[in-house]
Design a protein around this ligand. Structure first.
Ligand code: ZN
Length: 842
C-alpha cells in the first residue's frame, strides 16, 4: 500500500485501519541479532512502539521522562480478551488490596511486573526485555498466548535510561571494532562515575521507598495503579559469578509471609529446570537479603508481591564479551539469554498458579492490625512544613492518615526519647492507623527498631520515619480514633500601603531555607538573628530571617513586591514590620543580627569523590533548594583559582588530591573568608594536618589505648575459626545506624533545630571533640544509640565523638561533617543542617 497519505485520507485512517503492522522479530526490525550490539535506548523504544502497533491490544504507556528527557515506558500485555476489560481487571486487583472500595471478584488473573536495567551498566537486561517482549507478542507462540489468558505481564524495559546510555556511549567510544575480551582493555573499564546510577548519580535500587528521584516518583505512580503480584528486578553482578535467582538470602524481614517465601522457592525451582537442562550454573539463598525496604525486591514484597532480584554475571566490566576466570568468554548473548529464560519462567510458573497467587495476594492485605502498635501519632505541634513533607511522602506510599478525633492519654513508644511512655494525644495530632491496606509497609517503615533476625546484611539497618523527619512522634499500643485530616490554617500577615522598616520570616525548615535561597539569589541582603526576639505579638527564634530596608536601599527592583511574591511562591508567612524597636530581644539595629549574601559555591566532583555523595550534593542544589552550584572536577581542581568562590564542598571520597601544598592553599583561602565543608571520608585527609584542628584522638593517652585495644582484638580474631571471619569483621562495622546527638542550637550550624539531632551513621570513624571550635553535634554517651546494627567494637569507638563541628580559621570556617546529612537524599532532617553550613555559618 502506498505510504503517501493525503490530508483527506488521513482523517479516515482510524475507520479504515488498513495499515495493520505485522510483527517483526528484533533482528528484522533492528538490523542485527540481539547480543551483537547493545541496543540503544531510543532503538528499544522504537521496537516497543512497533510491537504495540503490531499487537494493537497491548498497551504502551509513557509514564514519564528522565532528567535527560528520555522517555520512561511500560508495556502492558495480556490476551485480547483480558485487554478488552483491562481496566476492570486492574480495579478488581486494587479492590483485593482495599486501596479502593468494593469487593474483589475472584477473576484469578495474575499480574507479573518485570523491571529491567535499574543499574545502567548492568546492560544486558534491556536487550533481554526485547527478546522477552517479542515472544509474548508472537501470536503463533501458543504456549505463551496460553499464559497470557490468565496473566497480565507489565514490562518496564529500562528503569534508568540515562545511566544505561552513559554506559553504552562510553562503551562504544572506547571499544575496538571487534570487541576485545581482554578485561584489561579500556572497553571494560568505565570512567568515573560509571553507568550504574541515574543522571544525579543516585542508585535507583535504593530509592523505591524514598522516591527522591524523578524516575522513581513517576514509576511508583504507575506501580501503585497496578499493584502486581510478582515483581522481578533484573541486575548483573561480577562477571565470574553464576546466575542468582530466588529464593533470597536471610535476613528476611519478619513481616514477610510464609506464602511469599514458599512461592519464591517454587519460582526458583522452575528456573532451575531450565538452567539444569542447559548446564548453566546458578545459586540461590545467599547474599541478596530481603531487609532494607527500598530495593526493587523488598519494596514490592512489603506491598504484597513476590519481590525478587535476579543477578546475571556481567556488569560494567563485561562489554560484548569478556574472558572469565575459567577461560570461557562471557558474551552479551549469554547474558541476555539467561535473563530472558528467567523472565519467561517467572511468567510461566505464575500463570500455572494464577488463582493461588491472587488469593494469597488478597490474604496479605486482609491480615492486618496484628502489629504491636495500632496507631502512630505525629504531634501536631511539630513544625508544619516538616509535617507537610511527611504527609506528601505518605501520600506517595498510599498510606492513609487522619487527625485525632479528640484528646486522650495513650501508651506506647516515645521515639524522641527512645523509651516506653505514656503520652497525651490532642485534636491536632496526626494519626496513622496500622489497620489499613498498607499496614505491613507502614510497620516496616515506622517500627522503632527494625527487627533484624541476623546481623549480616549489606545495607543500612535503621530507617524509622520519625527519626528521618526529626518529628516528635509516638507509636501507640491502642487504636486511636481519627477523623479526616484537617490542615491548620496558615497565618498570613496583612499588607499595607506603608513601606515596611523590615521583613521577618522564621527559619526552621527546608521550605524556609528554599525561601532564603531564592531571596539571596535576587541579590537581597539578608540578616540572621543570633538571638530570639518578638514583635507585634509574634516571637521569632534564633536563626530567623530579617530583611531591613536600610541594608537594601540600593536594591534595583521593588523590594517589597519581590519579597511578597517570593513569600507567596514559597508559602512563607512573611511579616511586614514597621519599627526596629523590638518588644523583646535586640532591636534590628543591633550587631546581634549578622548579614549574609549569596555565596558562590564550588562543589568538588570527579574521580576520588564518591559519586553517590557528589550526586546527593548536586541534586540538593539543583532540585531541593534550587541554588546555582559550580561543579569542579578533581583532575583540574589544583589549576583553578579558589578566590572567586565563597564555599568549597568536598564530598565523601577516597582522596589523593589533598597533599601538603593543596592543604596549605585551601587553608590560606579559608583564612581569607572561605567556608570549607568536608563530608565523611573527606575528613581523613584533613585530620591531624598542620593548621587544621580536627584530631582523630583527643590526646596521646586515648590514641595509645585504642591502638592497644586493636592489637588485642587482632590476636583474638586470629584464634577464631576461618568460617567465622565474616562475622568477626562485622563487630567493627556500622550499617546505617541511628544515633541521637546532643546539639548546640545556639551555633549557626544548629539554627532551626532543637537540642538534639538524629544522625544516620554509616561508618565507625571516630574524631575527637574540636579543642578550639564549635562542637555542634556530638555523641556523648552510649545512650545516644537508637537503632540499627552497630558491631560491638564499632559502638565503643563512637562514644564521646564529634558528629558535626565548625572550626573558625581566620575570616573563614571549616565545617566538619563526620556523618552525611544528605544520605540518599531521604534523610529529611539533615537538609536544613546542610543549608546552614552553606549559608548561615559565619
Ligand atoms: Zn544491580
Amino acid at each position: 500500500m502506498s505510504k503517501i497519505i493525503t490530508g483527506f485520507l488521513l482523517a479516515l485512517i482510524p475507520l479504515l485501519s488498513f495499515s495493520q503492522t505485522t510483527l517483526q522479530s528484533p533482528s528484522e526490525f533492528l538490523g542485527y541479532e540481539l547480543g551483537d550490539r547493545f541496543t540503544r535506548h531510543h532503538e528499544m523504544v522504537n521496537y516497543y512502539e512497533h510491537v504495540s502497533d503490531a499487537v494493537p491490544h497491548f498497551q504502551l504507556i509513557e509514564y514519564g521522562r528522565t532528567n535527560e528527557h528520555r522517555p520512561l515506558i511500560a508495556l502492558v500485555m495480556s490476551s485480547k480478551e483480558n485487554m478488552a476489560k483491562i481496566e476492570e481487571l486492574r480495579l478488581n486487583n486494587l479492590r483485593r488490596t482495599g486501596l479502593i472500595e468494593g469487593t474483589a471478584t475472584d477473576d484469578g488473573t495474575a499480574i507479573v511486573w518485570l523491571s529491567y536495567n535499574v543499574h545502567g551498566n548492568e546492560a544486558s537486561s534491556l536487550d533481554a526485555s526485547i527478546k522477552t517482549v517479542y515472544d509474548l507478542a508472537d501470536m503463533s507462540n501458543a504456549k505463551m498466548q496460553e499464559w497470557l489468558k490468565n496473566t497480565i505481564v507489565i514490562i518496564d524495559p529500562c528503569i534508568n535510561p540515562d545511566g544505561r546510555e552513559r554506559y553504552v556511549n562510553n562503551y562504544y567510544e572506547t571499544a575496538n571494532i571487534t570487541s576485545n575480551p581482554n578485561g584489561d582493555s579500556k572497553e571494560h573499564r568505565e570512567p568515573w562515575p560509571g553507568g550504574r546510577a541515574n543522571h544525579y548519580l543516585f542508585d535507583l535500587n535504593r530509592d523505591w521507598a524514598w522516591q527522591t528521584q524523578i524516575e522513581s516518583q513517576q514509576r511508583m505512580k504507575l506501580y501503585n495503579q497496578w499493584m502486581p503480584h510478582v515483581h522481578v528486578d533484573f541486575h548483573e553482578q561480577g562477571y565470574n559469578n553464576p546466575y542468582y535467582f530466588a529464593p533470597g538470602a536471610e535476613p528476611f524481614h519478619l513481616v514477610i509471609t510464609n506464602w511469599q517465601r514458599a512461592f519464591q522457592t517454587m519460582i526458583g525451582k522452575n528456573h532451575a529446570t531450565y538452567f539444569d537442562k542447559e548446564g548453566w550454573l546458578y545459586f540461590t539463598k545467599e547474599f541478596f537479603d530481603l531487609f532494607y525496604p527500598s530495593y526493587g525486591d523488598t519494596y514490592p514484597t512489603f506491598n504484597g508481591a513476590i519481590g525478587m532480584t535476579y543477578e546475571q554475571a556481567g556488569h560494567g566490566f563485561a562489554g560484548l564479551g569478556i574472558k572469565t576466570e575459567d577461560g570461557d568468554t562471557l558474551t552479551l548473548k549469554d547474558r541476555l539469554t539467561h535473563h530472558y529464560t528467567t523472565g519467561l519462567s517467572t511468567i510461566e510458573i505464575t500463570s500455572k498458579n494464577a488463582k493461588r497467587v491472587t488469593q494469597e495476594f488478597q490474604k496479605y492485605f486482609d491480615e492486618k492490625g496484628n502489629n504491636k502498635y495500632q496507631s502512630y501519632v505525629i504531634k501536631g505541634s511539630n513544625n508544619q512544613d516538616k509535617i507537610d513533607r511527611l504527609l506528601s511522602w505518605l501520600d506517595s506510599q498510599q498510606i492513609k492518615y487522619g487527625s485525632a478525633s479528640g484528646s486522650k492519654s495513650s501508651k506506647g513508644f516515645d521515639y524522641l526519647n527512645n523509651k516506653s511512655a505514656t503520652f497525651q494525644v490532642s485534636g491536632n495530632d496526626i494519626i496513622i492507623s496500622a489497620n489499613q491496606p498498607k499496614s505491613k509497609l507502614l510497620t516496616v517503615l515506622f517500627e522503632p527498631k527494625s527487627k533484624l533476625p541476623d546481623s549480616l546484611t549489606y545495607d543500612i539497618t535503621a530507617w524509622a520515619i520519625p527519626y528521618v523527619y526529626g518529628l516528635e512522634s509516638y507509636a501507640s499500643i491502642e487504636s486511636i480514633g481519627q477523623r479526616q485530616y484537617e490542615a491548620p490554617i496558615k497565618k498570613s500577615f496583612a499588607d499595607s500601603e506603608k513601606t515596611p522598616y523590615a521583613y521577618v520570616s522564621q527559619y526552621k525548615s527546608l521550605d524556609d531555607l528554599k525561601f532564603l535561597s531564592a531571596v539571596l539569589q535576587k541579590g537581597i541582603k539578608t540578616r540572621i538573628a543570633q538571638k530570639a526576639f518578638s514583635i507585634g505579638g509574634q516571637s521569632y527564634d534564633i536563626g530567623s530571617i530579617v530583611i531591613t530596608r536600610k541594608n537594601n536601599e540600593y536594591y534595583p527592583g521593588d523590594l517589597k513586591k519581590n519579597l511578597m511574591s517570593l513569600a507567596k511562591k514559597h508559602r512563607r508567612s512573611l511579616a511586614l514590620v514597621y519599627t526596629g524597636f523590638m518588644d523583646q530581644g535586640a532591636d534590628f539595629g543591633s550587631s546581634s543580627y549578622y548579614q549574609i549574601t549569596a555565596p558562590k559555591i564550588a562543589l568538588l566532583g570527579g574521580p576520588q569523590t564518591s559519586s553517590l555523595s557528589f550526586g546527593e550534593l548536586w541534586h540538593y542544589f539543583e532540585k531541593e533548594i534550587e541554588y546555582p552550584v559550580n561543579v569542579i572536577y578533581t583532575d583540574y581542581f589544583s589549576r583553578i583559582s579558589m578566590d572567586s568562590y565563597d564555599v568549597l564542598i568536598v564530598p565523601n571520597g577516597y582522596y589523593k588530591l589533598f597533599n601538603e601544598s593543596t592543604l596549605n592553599n585551601i587553608r590560606a583561602w579559608v583564612a581569607k573568608g572561605g567556608n570549607l565543608i568536608l563530608i565523611e571520608n573527606a575528613l581523613k585527609s584533613f585530620a591531624d594536618q598542620p593548621g587544621y584542628g580536627l584530631k582523630k584522638y583527643a590526646n596521646e593517652e586515648q590514641k595509645k589505648a585504642t591502638e592497644e585495644e586493636v592489637k588485642e582484638r587482632k590476636v583474638k580474631e586470629e584464634l577464631n575459626r576461618y568460617a567465622e571471619e565474616e562475622r568477626n569483621s562485622i563487630s567493627e562495622s556500622i550499617s546505617g545506624v541511628i544515633y541521637k546527638t546532643s546539639m548546640d542550637n545556639t551555633h549557626p550550624l544548629g539554627y532551626g533545630y532543637s537540642d538534639h539531632y538524629f544522625t544516620l551513621k554509616n561508618a565507625a570513624s571516630h574524631y575527637a571533640y574540636l579543642p578550639n571550635g564549635g562542637n555542634v553535634a556530638v555523641i556523648k554517651n552510649p545512650s545516644a544509640y537508637i537503632s540499627g546494627f552497630a558491631g560491638i567494637n564499632a559502638k565503643s569507638k563512637i562514644d564521646e565523638s564529634l558528629v558535626f563541628g565548625v572550626e573558625k580559621m581566620g575570616a573563614g570556617n571549616v565545617v566538619y561533617m563526620v556523618d552525611n546529612p544528605l544520605y540518599r537524599d531521604f534523610w529529611e532532617n539533615g537538609k536544613l543542617l546542610f543549608g546552614n553550613a552553606v549559608f548561615i555559618v559565619k
